[in-house]
Ligand binder design. Sequence first.
Ligand code: NAP
Ligand code: ZN
Length: 348
Amino acid sequence: MKNVKARGITALNEPFEAITIDRREVGPKDVLIEIKFAGICHSDIHHARGEWKEETFPLVPGHEIAGIVAEVGSEVTKYKIGDRVGVGCMVDSCGECENCLKGEEQFCLNGNTPTYSGINKYGDRERTQGGYSTHIVVTENFVLAIPEGIELDEAAPLLCAGITTYSPLHHWGAGPGKNVAVVGLGGLGHMAVKIAHAMGAEVTVLSQSLSKKEDGLRLGADHYYATSDGETFKNLAGSFDLIINTVSAKLNLDDYLSLLKLDGTMVNVGAPGEPLSLNVFTLLAMRRRFAGSMIGGIRETQEMLNFCAEHHLGADIELISADQIDEAYERVVASDVRYRFVIDSATI
Ligand code: NAP
Ligand code: ZN
């Protein structure tokens, strides 16, 4: 498919502009999706600003995609034209390695194919380009069904922010009787609060200030503290079974690790470009664990979407037009997002 409209950047630190990209022709197992909405994840910003690696341009970010099936290949069995579907952070994997066979395609031993900033396995091995565009072609196994009951615009952020928080909450057993802290109330953080609350955990938000306290409590938190207040770390020492750190910048890990109980786990999903360090004695003290987690597999992503539909959870969004992407990036970086910017693809 030639000349698909998109918004991308053509060099580092340049603003977004209207460009066109090519998508591969719809193959037998492919689904062509008319994109309706695309969320803006902080990872898009890390990429666009070259904070993780050297990028190749043009770059069209976007891995929180929600839309409608517009065409299906001859061998597609799971979807038909008109279905409500989503695409997250990956569009393919080898399908054969140990981790893919476990349904953990994000950890494909041969490397999953990221939705953008990766190399397309098909055809001319072009670079993959993301969801800030009007159409995308994806192999059906990496397309998710968006259940009725979640609006498409509020569903888009679930494809990254939703699964990235659902997966560790599920893996580390958030539920009744568990004290869970969420660090950072941004895109990921606000979904972590909603999901942990729906799982039945007691939820605490640790935010830089109290400015979003009312929102945090409305989203499902039981407690809300400012990390700018030194007393917070004293008062909450040894309180949590699980801490989900969603912060996009470097933190003093020891301060947060000391909030874990015996055998507690802090999971870093935030991905700042610079390395984090910790004092091992903070871990030794209470047999604490420091872990990481990256998005989730396709099966688990579908499970998360179904869970969200069942619990009536979508993201809290600010819908923007394609001309507002640069401004939205500035606001995300300034922690001024409530709680996910979503691009209305009709404006692309
Ligand atoms: P976001 O919307 O910008 O939220 C991050 C939040 O962190 C902010 O709202 C702010 O919350 C807090 N924060 C920001 N700077 C801080 C600082 N200097 N010190 C303390 N707190 C700070 O970003 P996001 O889209 O949720 O993404 C968060 C991080 O997760 C990014 O690094 C992103 O790349 C990463 N990520 C990882 C995965 C994965 O698979 N592991 C997937 C998606 C995203 P308060 O205002 O409440 O303090
Ligand atoms: Zn993301």
